[in-house]
Design a protein around this ligand. Sequence first.
Ligand code: ZN
Length: 444
Amino acid sequence: MFPLGGRKSSIVKRLAVCLALVLGLVSATESAMSRDKAPSRPDPIGDLLAEQAHKGSQSSMPIVIGLKLTETTQRTRFAIELSDPVDVKVYTLTNPNRVVIDMPDVLWRAGADARPSGRRAVKSYRYGQFRRGNFRFVVDLNAPVKVEAPQIVQPEEGFSFRLMVDLTPSTREAFVAAAGWPLASSTLATSAAPPPAPSVPGGREEAQKRLVVVDAGHGGIDPGTQGRSGIREKDLVLGVARELRKALEATGRYRVQLTRDSDVFIPLRERVHIARVAHADLIVSLHADSNDHRDIRGASVYTLSEDASDREAATLAEKENMSDVIAGVDLTGENNPVASILIDLAQRDTMNRSVRFAERVLTTLPRATMVRPTSPHRAAGFAVLKAPDIPAVLVELGYLSNGADEAEMTKPGWRGKVAGSLVAAIDGHFSAETGLSVRQAAVP
Ligand code: ZN
């Protein structure tokens, strides 16, 4: 871990200088362009300033304007070009071996990514918001490395700052010995308070409405799977989640809470926690799948089970549970979500109710989208379905690896139809459960 920083007193001054320079540059570019009557060219700096003017809350965020990756046998260097110096923490983790670079929120505007050759120490990398106030850059490794102390330098020319992280060859033993969570980071990962339970405006009537928690899978640094058109699972499912909220609220019968309403990463156990703190009556988690067999298509519905119903369900649960690993969540002291899930007796009743709801979804969902023709309801150990007292299902809306499914899922109107079919299933679920509890109450 290498905390960096200082020089903060000069940041404001530097930023002012920087903005003045940028503004000068922009107006110079503009006049040059109007003189040349050139067709509109990309103007990243001008766009950024316009964007920042619109988003007041982000105006103080450092901007990442470039990323360079240099690979030799002796050294791999990530050079991240920033508008302002930032505090960074760099550390390594095992299983899988990776380097994590944590920094405050930044606006990533680096353009095309410099891809690693894959033949040297770096296998791949990803980046994104990890949580509010924390942007994360994760490097997957092919070989053990030593992280040299990161440096922030200000090039003589230009007004940006350059964060340089160098990785040099190391041994397996030395890598394992140096790996681990920095103290501050593990606190960050475990102490994040969930959003407060929604206050219920409107008094008793509002409070008596059922609360449905709609969970859009993935987010932030974890994009989920990706379609050939470039659509990402995290964006697709957030769109459906918002549509479902709108449709549920429009009935006047439900309150709705989303586990995330933006492109932010939320650890799996925190999603469960959000639903429990809010006293949710039902959890619907939304995902999209992918498969190496590109002809497989259609939606399916999953419920929690200790024993997976089949191999594919087990593999899928493992993949979805990897979300925390992908984002670099500190799982120290947690039950490994990938390991088998122990279900206690109290959970059995919840599981039966989940199964009934899943079957109900499978009666309404085919009105909106194609459903897998064989065994569309399966079960496995999904960490996000683990609330012991709240019925929960995970809906895989289709396969982004299948061209027909992808086309279907990106059609205008598809989200609304899917939301409508889920509302019908949710209506059916609650009226059946209410009937059940009335009948049970009548028996002395
Ligand atoms: Zn997913």
